[in-house]
Structures are given as C-alpha cells and as structure tokens.
Design a protein around this ligand. Structure first.
Ligand SMILES: NC(=O)c1ccc[n+]([C@@H]2O[C@H](COP(=O)([O-])OP(=O)(O)OC[C@H]3O[C@@H](n4cnc5c(N)ncnc54)[C@H](OP(=O)(O)O)[C@@H]3O)[C@@H](O)[C@H]2O)c1
Length: 261
C-alpha cells in the first residue's frame, strides 16, 4: 500500500460496492481521499469513517452520466484547491435485457458514465501526474469487456472500450513514472446486479467487493497492465481469445438468459 501513502486519491463510485471497499482499504494509509458518487449522505458517512482511520477525506456529490459532467467535477475539485495524484475510475452501471427494452437515455447515460466521463477524467488528471512523474490511473472494466454479450450488449461494449483504452494508455505512459492499470471484476457482491436487473442470472463464483478492491489496488501499485479477479473469470476472459466468437457469444447468450453454461 506504500504507493498510495500521502497521495490525493479520487475515487468515483465510492458510495457503495468496490469503490467503497477501496476507500476503506486506503483510509488507514493516511492518504487524501476525494470521494465521488451521487449519494451524498453515503459519501459523508464514509468520509467520516475514513477520517477516523487517519485519512483526510472530501466529498463531491456528482452525477457523471451527462455530457460535460467530468469537466465540471474536475473544475470543482481543482477550484477547491485539491490536486489528483491517483485517479480510480470505478463508477459504472449496466442493464441486462434485450437491447430494445431500454430507452435511448439509459444508453446515453451508460456510455457517458462508463466510457466518456472515465476518458475525460483521465485526460484532465493525467497532465499533473506526468509533470510530477508519479501517480496513477486505475480503470474498472469487467470480464464482460472481453467478449460481445447478447442481452448485455451496450454494457459489455463500454467495458471493452475501457479495457482497450486502458491497455493502450498503459503502453503510452511507460517511462513517465505514472502507473495505468485496468481491473476486470467478474460477478461481485455489490449493488451492481440489482441495478442491472441481473440478480437471477446464474454463473460462476461470486467474489466479495473487498477482495476485488484489494486486487485492483495491488495491480495499480505494481503497475500491472490488467488484473482479472478470480481463476474462473480469468479462464473465461482468456478463453475468449481462443474460442470462436460465435461459440463464446452463444455461451454468453445462454448465461444471460439464465441457463446453465
Ligand atoms: N459487481 C459486479 O458484479 C461487477 C462486475 C464487473 C464489473 N463491475 C464494475 O465495477 C464498478 C463498480 O461497481 P460495483 O459492483 O461496486 O456496483 P455498485 O455497488 O452499484 O457501485 C456503483 C457505484 O457507481 C456510482 N454511480 C452510479 N451511477 C453514477 C452516476 N451517474 N454518477 C456518479 N456515480 C455513479 C454509484 O453511486 P451512486 O448511486 O451514489 O451515484 C456507486 O457508488 C462498475 O464500473 C461496474 O461496472 C462490477
């Protein structure tokens, strides 16, 4: 955890699940946590706990699912006199079901939150890190980003974007002193499945948010290009390179419809 000591760390999606677990794990390190999500009460309660653990913590209640919202958040943070040494782009949501079942706005918000705001925040925070020759960006993708997934099509595509973008950026920033890592969780015990209407979808083992958060923080501190949580998910993600696309899509379609795979 030395990498995070005395750093100013911005975590999006810190009000629950993986982001909240990351904040709790970073709190005893004595860093400065900048906590972002829409649920201000939850963030304030978490910030209070983090302060008791020895960290400084500031809350920015912000919706990142609209055009221009990343710039506005960055301006608010910079305007309050904070700099960002480490950026954790974790906020995201999905919707499981037929593509045509959800309105245009749901997809616009999903693409903006999962991909566009993540890109913009990275673009805004990186110059300072490069100038200082230290810091890092941890982007949270998903095992869903390794293959097209019928009935989860837009979410999987946003996560494929996160994965591709993060891996390319990792290569671009070699030698700058700035770390870039991509964390790809599989099914994790958080509010994600309920928000995605996917609680009934069967699958492999479900991991705890604490375990997934720890894996992501460890990956960034060692500047690992990617980290996939859990052996089952690693096999699933890596097999997408060797299994024909048609077959992997048929398997994921069956999975999304709640059948055994
Ligand atoms: N859980 C899984 O099975 C799983 C698997 C693979 C990948 N992931 C990825 O892991 C990341 C974290 O998700 P999680 O599992 O921890 O789920 P979660 O418990 O639902 O947390 C999602 C976080 O994102 C925030 N968020 C949602 N919409 C937002 C918006 N419009 N603006 C700002 N913040 C917003 C939420 O806070 P507010 O509601 O307070 O805004 C919450 O803090 C996501 O990127 C997700 O895609 C999760």
């Amino acid at each position: 955890m030395d990498f995070f000591r005395d750093r100013s760390i911005l975590i999006t999606g810190a009000s629950s699940g993986i982001g909240e677990a990351m904040a709790r794990q970073l709190a005893p390190v004595g860093s400065h946590l900048i906590l972002v999500a829409r649920s201000e009460d939850k963030l304030n309660a978490l910030a209070e706990e983090c302060r008791k653990q020895g960290s400084r913590a500031d809350v920015f209640a912000h919706d990142l699912s609209h055009n221009g919202s990343a710039q506005k958040l960055y301006d608010n943070i910079a305007g309050a006199g904070h700099r960002v040494d480490v950026l954790i782009n974790n906020a995201g949501f999905g919707k499981g079901g037929a593509f045509v079942n959800f309105p245009v706005e749901a997809y616009e918000q999903m693409i903006t939150l999962n991909a566009a705001s993540l890109t913009s925040l990275t673009r805004l925070c990186l110059p300072g890190m490069i100038e200082r020759g230290s810091g890092g960006v941890l982007n949270v993708a998903s095992v869903a980003g390794f293959m097209p997934i019928p009935y989860f099509s837009v979410y999987a595509a946003t996560k494929a974007f996160v994965l591709s973008f993060s891996e390319a950026l990792h290569a671009e920033l070699k030698g700058t002193g700035v770390h870039v890592s991509c964390l790809s969780p599989g099914p994790t015990e958080t509010g994600f499945a309920a928000a995605a209407d996917m609680e009934k979808v069967v699958g492999g083992p479900v991991e705890t948010a604490e375990k997934v958060a720890a894996l992501g923080l460890d990956a960034l501190s060692h500047n690992k290009r990617t980290a996939i949580s859990g052996a089952y998910n690693r096999v699933q993600a890596l097999s997408s390179r060797f299994v024909p696309r048609k077959l992997s899509m048929a398997i994921s379609e069956r999975y999304m419809k709640g059948g055994d795979v």
